[in-house]
Design a binder for this molecule. Structure first.
Ligand code: 5GP
Ligand code: MN
Length: 320
């Protein structure tokens, strides 16, 4: 990894006009890790564009330093792109690669679409990969960068609850606090600014929970009608599937959401099932415990449920 870190840093040093890019429908790690590099590159005197193709961006992340600098317009000329938390090229939201590309990620399913690919599937967040990159190259991390890295770490570990959490994660968190992060402030920004529309949507979605496979699988549905009635927006659906996984016997939880272009599936597992395999089968990707895909042009919930039920049965076969 150290060699890759060095190679990437050399490339950054020799570039002048840099685009930071994170995946469409960004989460805390995607935006947090890309924003964390902004102060670093500005200090190096670079011209920096923070790009994300999604509009509007999730409101709950608006406290991240330099959030208001994120744009959905690419500059005319640039000589380097750095992508963050993006497992495949199609999720960058750009048509084609027009510059050298450094790919920072931690998805096991990353397709290595960059010229330099810095992928660590053992990292709890992409921000941890960026943190290791900074440490390895002796790059100073200021309060703004640290706040972004820490937020990314919190959101991608479910507040330090997932299996990815180990001594290195807590060491990074401690270092972030030494760099100026105020944990209570970040937690308040993330978890104490809920939207009423989201709670109303939860109430409707929970009514649709369906259990199968001896209670080891649970499905939950979000339709466009539910979204319209409650006034909820896409980001309001983000954690529904996590709460469904929390039901005692559940090993796999699946959310089906009716989108404009098809049914989006969000998969979660608790202890042993590798749901990334199923997401990849449907053209998506992700991690062992959290993965997703969009079934483009498909709008039949019960058909998709039946398909997934079979996939889950196969995946759970032999496990008790
Ligand atoms: P979520 O279910 O919250 O949308 O996503 C869970 C994980 O799966 C995230 O790490 C996300 O990046 C990944 N993921 C979700 N949807 C897709 C998809 O359509 N393609 C790929 N490659 N990854 C996805
Ligand atoms: Mn991530």
């Amino acid at each position: 990894m150290d060699n890759l870190f060095k190679e990437a840093f050399e490339k950054i040093k020799e570039s002048n006009n840099i685009v930071l890019i994170s995946h469409i429908n960004p989460d805390g790690d995607a935006l947090g890790s890309s924003l964390s590099m902004y102060p670093v590159l500005k200090r190096m005197g670079k011209k920096v564009t923070i790009f994300n193709a999604t509009k509007p961006l999730p409101e709950y992340l608006d406290f991240l330093p330099n959030f208001n600098k994120v744009t959905d317009k690419l500059p005319k000329n640039f000589d380097l792109m750095i992508s963050f938390d993006c497992g495949s090229f199609d999720r960058l939201g750009i048509e084609k690669k027009t510059a050298f590309l450094i790919n920072f990620d931690h998805h096991i399913s990353n397709t290595e679409y960059g010229d330099i690919n810095i992928i660590d599937p053992n990292a709890a967040s992409t921000s941890q990969v960026v943190y290791n990159f900074c440490k390895s190259n002796g790059i100073d991390i200021d309060k703004e960068s640290a706040t972004c890295m820490y937020t990314a770490l919190i959101t991608d570990t479910g507040s330090f609850q997932y299996e990815s959490v180990n001594d290195k994660v807590f060491e990074m968190a401690a270092d972030m606090v030494r760099c100026g992060v105020e944990p209570a402030y970040v937690s308040k920004m993330l978890f104490q600014r809920d939207r009423l529309s989201r709670l109303r949507l939860l109430a409707k979605a929970y009514e649709t929970i369906e259990m199968c496979c001896d209670g080891r699988v649970a499905f939950v549905e979000v339709t466009r009608e539910m979204m319209e009635i409650t006034g909820a927006i896409k980001e309001d659906t983000d954690t529904i599937v996590n709460s469904v996984r929390a039901i005692a016997p559940v090993e796999i939880a699946a959310m089906l959401r009716e989108d404009e272009d098809g049914i989006k599936i969000s998969l979660r597992s608790k202890n042993y099932a590798d749901v990334s395999k199923i997401a990849v089968k449907y053209g998506g990707g992700g991690h062992i415990r959290a993965a997703g895909a969009t079934l483009k042009g498909e709008f039949d919930f019960s058909k998709v449920k039946e398909m997934l039920k079979k996939d889950f049965q196969n995946l759970l076969k032999g496990d008790k």
